[in-house]
Design a protein around this ligand. Structure first.
Ligand SMILES: NC(=O)c1ccc[n+]([C@@H]2O[C@H](COP(=O)([O-])OP(=O)(O)OC[C@H]3O[C@@H](n4cnc5c(N)ncnc54)[C@H](OP(=O)(O)O)[C@@H]3O)[C@@H](O)[C@H]2O)c1
Length: 277
């Protein structure tokens, strides 16, 4: 195995070299046996905590090209390959309508991920994970859902969300409705119980900082995969990976594993850490 294919395990077995490919496919074998969905998320950030900056010539924020890299992207896809359900946001579909999304929802159709799609089938999973959309505004362009018609789509919102918009999105069985929380937005406190009714086991949250905050404040986040690219980006307008009211008490995520990748991004490398259960 060439060095470039490897990462160095820093914790728990310090000093062991591990193959990057399938590193994160390895990690879901020992899920808790409580029968509840296991919810995990994944971010890449710079050393100064930026996950997104304003995109050039666009009005949205995107993952900065200085930190986005194929090696981290492969791990992102491996995590998706194991999922029964993805959690994304209304924002993703609005950006899709503006053709501003950085990519299709995983698992990617690129040849590089043929093995992951085949792996899903070999495990008895559906060809692609189902998709849950967190939204309070329910401002989701219907035409953007077309591309994902082959997958079960869930709309997750609060009990006070607009009824007409709910009817439009759930009409003709387009989306299944789950309502969590007494306001317009999702309170994730009973999200796991609700998802359990659909027999989802592995749930991968790939939305952004407000969704992650919602999961943490509802005690619904089990594991966080967090890549840190070893560079500073600066910038006065940026996203970091949790946004919302202060979490009190602090949401504890003990370190499970950490790997050093010296190959990417060029000139700085990255550490890949796994926190939580
Ligand atoms: N570097 C990385 O690893 C990484 C990972 C993920 C995202 N990002 C970037 O981060 C930036 C921000 O992402 P984002 O806007 O998707 O993040 P977000 O802040 O988590 O999601 C925004 C949308 O999610 C919905 N939402 C969030 N919390 C909700 C709740 N409690 N109840 C109901 N709906 C809720 C809302 O949709 P409605 O407006 O429809 O109500 C909200 O507008 C993007 O530029 C993205 O590319 C980077």
């Amino acid at each position: 195995m060439a060095d470039a294919d490897q990462v160095l395990e820093l914790f728990p077995r310090s000093g062991q070299r591990r193959r990057l490919k399938n590193l994160y496919l390895d990690q879901m074998a020992d899920l808790p046996k409580d029968g509840l969905p296991f919810i995990y998320s994944n971010y890449i950030a710079s050393l100064d905590g930026r996950i997104a900056l304003p995109a050039e010539d666009r009005h949205s924020h995107q993952v900065p090209p200085a930190i986005a890299n194929d090696r981290d992207w492969r791990l992102f896809q491996e995590l998706a390959a194991q999922a029964d359900l993805l959690i994304t946001s209304g924002r993703y579909f609005r950006q899709a309508a503006d053709a501003e999304t950085q990519s299709e929802l995983p698992v990617g159709q690129a040849r590089d991920f043929d093995d992951l799609r085949a792996w899903r089938l070999a495990q008895g999973l559906k060809p692609q994970p189902d998709i849950a959309v967190f939204s309070a505004s329910l401002d989701i362009p219907l035409e953007t859902l077309e591309h994902y018609r082959g997958r079960q789509l869930l709309l997750i919102t609060g009990k006070q969300a607009d009824r007409d918009k709910i009817a439009e999105l759930t009409g003709a069985g387009q989306m299944q409705l789950i309502q969590c929380g007494d306001g317009c937005g999702v309170d994730a406190t009973d999200l796991k119980q609700q998802l359990r009714r659909y027999a989802y086991r592995r749930v991968y949250a790939i939305a952004g900082p407000s969704v992650l905050h919602t999961l943490a404040s509802g005690n619904a986040l089990d594991r966080l995969y967090h890549t840190t690219a070893h560079c500073l980006l600066g910038g006065k307008t940026f996203d970091t990976f949790v946004w919302g009211e202060q979490l009190q008490p602090a949401f504890a995520l003990p370190l499970r594993a950490m790997y050093l990748d010296t190959e990417a991004p060029p000139g700085c490398g990255q550490t890949m850490a796994v926190y939580g259960r």
